[in-house]
Design a protein around this ligand. Structure first.
Ligand code: GDP
Ligand code: ZN
Length: 295
């Protein structure tokens, strides 16, 4: 039986790209289970199919997933490309950090892309952003769709991986996708509108193949940026620079606020951790605690 990957799902049909590169329209047969939980096939799933016609078949089994995003619903994503614009709209670190936390929580690799470089006159502004995120552990790529800068570097990061773009509306996600996928024109502005304003849509996420290798979701990831279901102690793990230092805190489960002998506070005092990032950490922690109280 051929193996393949679900690249698109529309009202009960799963479009499976087989290892030979053919797309087969499939129904699902029976009930799939994983670790006793009932499972609905998702875009991104690696599946086994039985062909029933030239371009038709049924999905007969689903492989265990390495990750599972809810928005958009997609399995086996490796990486999030977190996009922030340098200008128009101006760079906003707080939303960027929110996206990073959500990606970390899903266990994804992350790359930061700073768009609209052509609008920046003072390069120091960019260096300042780099000096925060690179030491934290994230690659930072500067791009411009006007000059083409950074696009090849981005392609290298996408190669061989399943990636999802994330970032606020207007930062340039669809523009980047259009650069990466010539001939598969996505309407700029549309991608984020679809979810950003809570509009319902029947169109589902689709995995697109990059000419240089790798796959990208055509719908941005983590549109809902609240920390639902998150415990306060989990937050530190979503900041790599806190995660690295936490084992040196005196207390296990240290929240790095007022505890004595806290390695994170010490790093702050030594100027080894960025204060803004720490501020965002405390802000998110407050939000998580408030959400817990409401539960
Ligand atoms: P999205 O909402 O994140 O998908 O953002 P869009 O891709 O729709 O882009 C929003 C606006 O920013 C559009 O008017 C784009 O033309 C513009 N834009 C995107 N990338 C760049 C860039 O690199 N330079 C400049 N100057 N404008 C850009
Ligand atoms: Zn601590």
């Amino acid at each position: 039986m051929p193996f393949g990957q679900i690249v698109k799902a529309i009202s009960g049909f799963y479009y499976v790209r087989t290892d030979e590169g053919k797309v087969i329209q499939c129904r699902a047969r029976g009930v799939f289970k994983f670790e006793k939980k009932k499972l609905t096939p998702l875009v991104g799933d690696l599946v086994e199919i039985e062909q029933t016609g030239l371009d038709e078949g049924v999905v007969t089994s689903v492989q265990p997933r390495s990750s599972e995003l809810i928005r958009p619903p997609i399995a086996n994503v490796d990486q999030a490309i977190v996009v922030g614009s340098l200008k128009r709209p101006r760079f906003q670190p707080m939303p960027l950090d929110r996206f990073l936390v959500h990606g970390e929580r899903e266990g994804l690799e992350m790359v930061i892309v700073l768009t609209k470089k052509d609008l920046v006159k003072n390069e120091q502004e960019i260096e300042k952003i780099r000096s925060v995120y690179e030491p934290a552990g994230y690659p930072v790529i500067e791009t411009s769709i006007k000059t083409g800068e950074g696009i090849d570097e981005l392609k290298r990061h996408l190669k061989g991986k399943v990636s999802v773009f994330a970032g606020q509306s207007g930062v340039g996600k669809s523009s980047l996708l259009n650069e990466l996928l010539p001939g598969q024109k996505l309407e700029t502005g549309k991608v984020s509108d679809k979810i950003g304003r809570g509009r319902h849509t029947t169109r589902q996420v689709e995995l697109l193949i990059l000419p240089e290798g790798g796959q990208v979701a055509d719908t941005p990831g983590f549109s809902q940026l609240h920390f639902k279901g998150m415990e306060p102690v989990e937050l530190g793990d979503c900041f790599p620079e806190i995660r690295r230092r936490a084992p040196e805190c005196r207390f296990r489960g240290c929240l790095h606020i007022n505890e004595p002998d806290c390695a994170v506070k010490e790093a702050l005092r030594q100027g080894e951790m960025d204060e803004k990032r720490y501020q965002h950490y405390t802000q998110f922690l407050t939000e998580i605690k408030e959400a817990l109280e409401r539960r």
